[in-house]
Design a protein around this ligand. Structure first.
Ligand code: FMN
Length: 215
């Protein structure tokens, strides 16, 4: 029987960055549903530059922890999804994107335009610009996964505290990969973290132009 799922609005309200996990394994079908949520995210030109390495093995989690400033959560979590972007992914994936698009009704004119503009756009990027673009795309898929995990009753911890080169070594990543963030998933152990609260929207939301409050 399927476990009941939390409504998304409740999952968003309840989510905290989990300080500590109890390490119970995560069933493969739940993990698959979480990954599938990420893979259904939107991306520029539908080019899907994300790549995810799922780490569940004890030894590999230990090595990942060592590459993540020794954060215990990495080792305690049931699974850690290492979210990466592939700077060269589009070179291999453009044809497949167009093929699948055509199957789904992509107009020929759109396909023609994308065949030219994707290489023009992405090959013009500096390395920093490419990392910025990958961060943008990968974090959308990542957030889909984080929220799907919460909907399915798991606790999550997003993590940016890691060393790029060390993660590359541990996971044997290709040079074109850029590690964006780690997502630890499992069940909370002990008390939850304090609730840091959020700024009032008058600080962060404007109406029509900068500085005008949204009523
Ligand atoms: C992309 C990202 C990276 C983060 N990296 C870390 C991290 O490496 N270690 C950590 O303890 N918390 C990390 N956090 C958790 C934040 O500190 C936490 O989300 C923030 O304080 C708000 O708390 P809340 O998520 O419980 O609402 C990260 C959060 C995000 C979104």
């Amino acid at each position: 029987m399927m476990k009941p799922e939390k409504p998304l609005s409740q999952a968003i309200r309840d989510r905290r960055a989990t300080p500590s996990f109890d390490g119970t394994p995560i069933p493969a079908d739940d993990l698959r549903a979480i990954l599938d949520a990420g893979l259904s995210a939107p991306s520029g030109y539908n080019i899907q530059p994300w790549r995810f390495i799922v780490v569940q093995g004890e030894e590999q989690k230990r090595r990942l922890r060592a590459a993540s400033y020794n954060q215990a959560k990495v080792e305690e979590a049931s699974a850690v999804i290492v979210a990466c972007g592939d700077a060269d992914g589009w070179r291999k994936d453009l044809d497949q994107m167009l093929l699948q698009g055509r199957e789904g009704g992509m107009p020929e004119g759109y396909a023609e335009q994308a065949r030219n503009s994707v290489p023009n756009y992405l090959s013009s990027f500096s390395s920093d610009e490419m990392h910025g673009w990958l961060n943008k795309m990968v974090m959308i898929a990542y957030t889909h996964m984080m929220l799907m995990a919460e909907v399915k009753g798991y606790d999550t911890a997003p993590m940016e505290g890691f060393e790029q080169e060390k993660i590359h070594e541990v996971l044997r990543l290709p040079l074109s990969y850029w590690v964006v963030a780690l997502l630890a998933i499992g069940h909370l152990k002990g008390p939850d973290k304090f609730n840091g609260g959020r700024f009032d929207s008058s600080r962060t939301v404007f109406s029509e132009e900068f500085g005008k409050p949204l009523k």
